[in-house]
Design a protein around this ligand. Structure first.
Ligand SMILES: Cc1cc2nc3c(=O)[nH]c(=O)nc-3n(C[C@H](O)[C@H](O)[C@H](O)COP(=O)(O)OP(=O)(O)OC[C@H]3O[C@@H](n4cnc5c(N)ncnc54)[C@H](O)[C@@H]3O)c2cc1C
Length: 428
């Protein structure tokens, strides 16, 4: 278990259970806790470990043990699997979930090379498995949408129940306190308390979204004061909830079609497009990964005079001249998330006020990955690449600094929502 940290509605776990039954073997769920995952601070480890603790309890009720290995996955997992196959238990196969990120792909191929048993990879994150949705880098939502829609019906099948194992596991329970003590996660980005981690909290979040917010989503989702969006992204990021389960619940809800459609477009098309971007673009987290038209136009405007210039450290401290931008950065640092509409504004102003677009790209990725609870995620890399590098977008009217990259400004925000109210909320 890696990206999809849940017991319910998890195709990778269901497949592992099926395989175990077929091979007449016991089933063990293994999570390897790497000492540092892309610089994740305490905020992320706290959310993840609490979620995993719940996974352990729920698995135990099905007689399935959770084992937590600590160390480098490329060393710990082969050691674990090969030791198991050498003793009486004799491991028969390993099943893993899917992520398009470099680190995960590197881990998997290194583990696969050292295993003597088959390794299966199951995409439990996307509704249409990433490699089936498309075999190439897609240009935009317009090009991937029909491909996903054509296959969606095949994959929106009901989840079977996860069958319990017949006997109580002999493996000891994880000692969570000692796991926490051994962590070296940066405490300067503390845990959040406004969003509880875990599968149950994720299910509650989905239910209250459907009951209280989905109706009106199409109209209000771009107003950061409206509390109209789902807040499901941290749960989706850690795999505490299945996107397929969310989609079926939303489809079955008694809400206007325009609200359901608007939400499903984000949850399915935009989200799965991000996985496509990372799966087929080796430079998804750097300026090199943006399209040629964007590189050309940004290069032509690289020498343009910037009205304001800030360093990475000034951005991080919300020390710009503009209260609205500072409020977005405060929202990120304090809550671990920026409202979806403001995320675009936040990244575009980093482009406008940095020395070069390359520097802007790196600053936006670093801040998003460090503070956002849903950071280090394909959506984040695609979001930054869209805002700063025109990925999945098209050329717009040419202007200073941005070239043909789509522009946003504070006046545009003021036409959409009460900017002062947003600033007041986050600058206190
Ligand atoms: C610069 C920038 C950085 C971003 N960083 C992240 C990130 O680190 N993690 C992350 O999950 N999303 C990121 N996004 C995408 C989007 O802003 C968030 O998914 C959304 O704000 C999450 O809040 P929500 O779950 O309440 O959204 P809702 O509006 O309720 O959307 C429901 C779900 O749909 C998906 N979704 C919504 N908008 C997008 C989008 N534009 N692209 C892809 N999927 C989308 C997400 O999975 C989201 O949880 C970023 C966007 C930009 C412009």
């Amino acid at each position: 278990m890696s990206r999809d940290q849940r017991v319910r509605h998890n195709w990778a776990l269901l497949f592992a259970r099926y395989k175990a039954a077929l091979m007449q073997k016991p089933l063990v769920v293994v999570f390897t806790l790497a000492p540092a995952f892309l610089g994740a601070p305490l905020r992320h480890y706290d959310f993840m470990l609490k979620g995993l603790q719940e996974v352990e309890t729920d698995l135990r009720s099905l007689n399935i043990p959770l084992l937590l290995l600590q160390g480098e996955p490329t060393e710990e997992l082969p050691r674990f699997a090969n030791a198991r196959s050498a003793n009486t238990i004799n491991a028969g196969a390993m099943v893993t979930d899917y992520s398009p990120l470099h680190i995960s792909r590197r881990w998997k191929s290194a583990v696969a090379q050292q295993l003597t048993i088959p390794l299966y990879e199951v995409d439990a994150h996307n509704i249409v498995p990433c490699w089936l949705a498309s075999g190439k880098l897609e240009y935009s939502a317009r090009t991937i949408r029909p491909k996903i829609n054509a296959l969606l019906g095949n994959f929106l099948t009901p989840f079977p129940a996860l069958e319990p194992l017949p006997t109580t596991p002999r493996e000891p329970l994880v000692e969570w306190e000692s796991v926490r003590q051994k962590l070296h996660a940066d405490p300067s980005v503390p845990a959040v308390d406004w969003l509880l981690p875990g599968e149950k909290a994720a299910a509650d979040c989905l239910n209250s979204f459907i009951q209280q917010k989905l109706s009106g989503y199409a109209l209000e989702r771009n107003d950061p004061n409206a509390d109209a969006i789902s807040n499901l992204s941290p749960y989706l990021h850690f795999g505490h909830i299945s996107a397929q389960f969310i989609a079926t619940k939303v489809m079955a809800s008694q809400t206007l079609e325009e609200d359901r459609k608007a939400f499903l477009e984000e949850l399915i098309v935009r989200r799965e497009l991000s996985d496509n971007f990372c799966a087929y673009n080796d430079h998804y987290d750097s300026y090199d990964g943006i399209p040629n038209w964007a590189k050309e136009t940004l290069a032509q405007h690289n020498g343009d005079k910037r009205e304001y210039l800030y360093t990475a450290e000034e951005f991080e401290r919300s020390a710009t001249h503009e209260p609205l931008w500072n409020a977005t950065q405060h929202e990120l640092v304090q809550s671990g998330k920026i409202h979806g509409y403001m995320r675009m504004y936040w990244a575009k102003k980093i482009l406008e006020w940095s020395r070069t677009p390359m520097e802007a790209f790196d600053i936006a990725i670093a801040l998003n990955d460090r503070y956002a609870l849903d950071g280090r995620e394909p959506n984040g890399y695609a979001g930054v690449a869209w805002s700063i590098g025109g990925v999945h977008d098209r050329p717009w009217f040419e202007r200073e600094v941005y070239g043909k990259i789509r522009y946003m400004n504070a006046n545009g925000c003021a036409r959409k929502f009460d900017v002062q109210r947003y600033i007041k909320r986050w600058m206190l």
